[in-house]
Design a protein around this ligand. Structure first.
Ligand SMILES: [Zn+2]
Length: 403
């Protein structure tokens, strides 16, 4: 891309600024916590309406326990490019959806995670369509309805889309200095449900079978094992059990979150977890293990590296330097990468206060990331031959062998 085209991109993006902010305000003012299906549906409808104006055909992907996800396609000749976002947030139904602008920032629920990213996606497409600069490629937009609970019912669709596309661009937020995401830890979520036998805390002397105490042993045991593994993290985030201090607890339950780096770590951990679930420190207690959700790790590979290099080049054409960073959190990028698609994540605007009522994005970053995505789309299209189908097939085969 020459400097003339870069300048043109910057001009058309600047012209979209008011549109982008208005769209972000509309999206943020709709409460769309994952379990607020009506809210999620309204956010999807808002983006669907805009996508249709840009020549996309929109369909819904139905789910059993969540609002529908949105799939939009636009026909073309070249590469198959997938753009991914999610319409849900972590906030509870009925929570405050105030939207506020100051001179530098835009504050509100989901501004960073990730309505800001979806707005960048939309205004990039709009800027390029309006000026006839959108490269001739086949575009698919997927807006997931329940990423924040682990994309349980979207995982199959994401895997299918990964196989049918050459490049996937994920619009989660950029890092503090505009870093894109080049790696993510794998995420595992488990529940340990322990059953003991209720009894009088003072009168039961032998055979005390406390579910709470058994669960405590198990948590400490697992925590110590994870502490010795390179790059792994353990969190017992929720624990419940017992009814009163003078009653031996009949039931106890813990929700665990494990972060890992390699498939070998996952196998070793699950072996340990099964063994711990099947044996009891306190005889007579029983434990049930429930697996809730999982994101595979997103690891470095040549295809991901290629898109990431193009993003770095795009940034430098725009006069910035960006680099990749690894994150502890999973995202849909992890699922896409594990299914063999070339992926880059972290293309949304940077901000702070994610998952809290202090959430914001920088206004400047919305413009910067829109310019970056626009140039990146052009660069990907210019480098079409480097995303060959042959190398993708080989990659998928290798991934399958690793499983
Ligand atoms: Zn997110």
């Amino acid at each position: 891309m020459g400097q003339v085209q870069i300048k043109q991109v910057q001009e058309v993006v600047a012209a979209e600024r008011a549109y982008a902010l208005a769209l972000l305000e509309r999206a943020v003012r709709i409460q769309s916590g994952t379990h607020n299906h009506e809210g999620v549906r309204q956010v999807q409808a808002l983006f669907a309406e805009e996508l249709v104006k840009l020549g996309f055909t929109v369909t819904d992907i139905e789910h059993a326990h969540y609002a529908d996800s949105l799939l939009a396609t636009r026909s073309g000749k070249g590469l198959r490019i997938l753009l991914v976002g999610h319409s849900d947030t972590v906030f509870e139904t009925g929570s405050d959806t105030a939207f506020r602008l100051d001179t530098q920032k835009c504050h509100g629920q989901g501004t960073q995670d990730m309505k800001g990213g979806m707005v960048v996606m939309l205004s990039t497409l709009r800027a390029l369509v309006k000026t006839d600069m959108l490269p001739d490629c086949r575009y698919t937009v997927f807006l997931n309805s329940h990423e924040e609970v682990g994309s349980v019912e979207s995982a199959n669709t994401l895997e299918r889309l990964a196989r049918g596309h050459d490049v996937a661009l994920v619009l989660e937020s950029a890092g503090k200095k505009g870093e894109y995401v080049c790696g993510r830890k794998g995420v595992l979520e488990y529940e340990l449900q322990v059953r003991g036998v209720a009894g009088h805390a003072g009168n039961t002397v032998a055979n005390r079978r406390s579910a709470v105490e058994e669960l405590a042993y198990k948590i400490i045991n697992l925590r110590e094992w994870v502490a010795n593994q390179e790059g792994m993290l353990f969190n017992a985030g929720v624990i419940q059990g017992g009814t009163r201090s003078n009653i031996i607890a009949e039931e106890a339950c813990a929700e665990l979150d494990i972060r890992y780096v390699t498939p070998q770590q996952r196998m070793a951990f699950e072996k340990r977890l099964r063994a711990i679930s099947q044996t009891s420190v306190i005889p007579g207690t029983r434990t049930k293990l429930v697996i809730n959700s999982a994101f595979p790790p997103m690891t470095a590979n040549a295809a991901n590296r290629l898109v990431q290099e193009l993003a770095e080049e795009s940034a430098s054409l725009l006069g910035h330097r960006i680099k990749g960073e690894e994150r502890g959190g999973g995202s849909d990028a992890s699922l896409l990468s594990a299914a063999g698609c070339a992926v880059i994540d972290g293309l949304g605007p940077r901000g702070g206060g994610e998952h809290s009522d202090r959430e914001f994005v920088y206004l400047k970053s919305i413009t910067e990331q829109t310019e970056l995505l626009a140039v990146l789309l052009c660069m990907i299209s210019e480098n079409s031959d480097r995303f060959s189908n042959k190398s993708k097939k080989l990659r998928i085969k290798r991934l399958e062998q690793q499983r």
